[in-house]
Design a protein around this ligand. Structure first.
Ligand SMILES: Nc1ncnc2c1ncn2[C@@H]1O[C@H](COP(=O)(O)OP(=O)(O)OP(=O)(O)O)[C@@H](O)[C@H]1O
Length: 327
């Protein structure tokens, strides 16, 4: 699908659909999702709240909640379809060792009754048979990598600031030397200065370790700073994919254009902000045709009837819109 954009993929999600079920509703959270992550690069995924970003991250890491069902699709990681891997093998070979995950509320996922060092030792020993001296050396290294002093290791989580906790979570995710990292809104709860520092630190680690990374946020300007390739999600669909310069500076999909116009710019304070009209649809009853059609300034008859496929428009820029690129 993304041959012109990604030459050496470590991960390919193909035609993935995930629904959530309750007694009364079926939420169509992901619909025919295609993404591809180049080895050693950053794929940034953006979209408004409820567009399905976290569901996609959880599907890849195979930690969807019990009421979710993968209806179809493939998640190909280094040649293996993760959907067919059993829980035991996922635990032993994939999760943390190969793919690490820093979830959205991770700042609160440290155990309050153990010091940082004990939690890190436990993580290593749960997966690898190494000596305590070797484990401690590894811990010292990752703590240094995330810019924290080693005294942090003897503290309890409540003794740390929000930014320090998040750095510890990122250090934890690096303990088993993964090849790939999924970071889901890792800085959302932090103030902007700390956010910027943590983003810079993540990018430095990504480069140094040649990590392949999926970075998720609703903040497009932040995403443009950290990503090589960007994918825009809307209501459970990928609507646009391309290099950062194409998506951020020359967006083609009407949704991406509105999303960019709706974010404030630090560089251009006089920029006129536009809010996207209407609301994100209820995914238990998404609009027929293109899911963006009720809010789209360009919508025509076809957009209300048929769902546009992601199509290469020029060079390595992919868009799902009937009004762009002569679909
Ligand atoms: N466990 C669940 N049961 C039912 N519906 C769910 C569940 N988890 C998520 N959803 C629904 O799936 C859709 C996608 O949610 P998701 O959390 O993936 O979006 P998101 O883009 O990550 O949003 P945010 O930025 O707010 O985290 C939403 O309509 C949400 O209400």
């Amino acid at each position: 699908m993304f041959d012109e954009l990604v030459q050496n993929p470590i991960l390919e999600v193909k035609d993935l659909s995930v629904h959530f079920y309750s007694k009364t509703r079926e939420v169509k959270a992901l619909d025919n999702i295609f993404i591809s992550l180049e080895k050693g690069k950053v794929l940034g995924i953006a979209g408004e709240s409820g567009s399905g970003k976290s569901t996609l991250a959880k599907a890849i890491f195979r930690i969807l909640p019990y009421n979710a069902r993968i209806l179809k699709g493939q998640i190909i990681y280094k040649g293996t379809n993760l959907i067919n891997v059993n829980e035991n093998d996922l635990q032993k070979k994939i999760r943390w060792k190969s793919i690490a995950y820093v979830p959205q509320v991770s700042m609160n996922s440290l155990d309050p009754v153990y010091r940082v060092k004990s939690q890190m030792l436990e993580t290593i020993f749960a997966h690898e048979d190494v000596s305590k001296a070797e484990a401690l050396e590894r811990i010292e290294n990752v703590i240094k990598d995330v810019g924290l002093p080693s005294e942090i290791l003897d503290k309890f989580p409540h003794e740390l600031s929000g930014g320090q906790k998040q750095r510890v979570m990122i250090a934890m995710s690096m303990l088993l030397n993964p090849e790939m990292l999924i970071a889901d809104e890792p800085t959302t709860a932090l103030d902007v200065v700390i956010q910027a520092q943590i983003i810079a630190m993540i990018k430095k680690i990504q480069k140094e370790k040649n990590l392949s990374m999926i970075f998720i946020t609703h903040d497009l300007s932040l995403l443009a700073q950290i990503s090589d390739i960007m994918a825009i999600m809307y209501a459970g669909k990928i609507v646009e994919v391309g290099k950062v310069e194409d998506i951020y500076y020359s967006p083609l999909h009407p949704y991406t254009q509105l999303l960019i116009k709706s974010i404030p710019s630090i560089k251009n304070r006089k920029k006129k902000l536009i809010s996207i009209p209407g609301e994100v649809p209820d995914l238990s009853d998404p609009p027929q045709g293109c899911r963006f059609n009720p809010r789209c300034p360009l919508a025509q008859e076809i957009c209300r009837k048929e769902s546009p496929e992601l199509t290469r428009v020029n060079g390595s820029h992919y868009v799902a819109c009937f009004m762009v690129g002569g679909q």
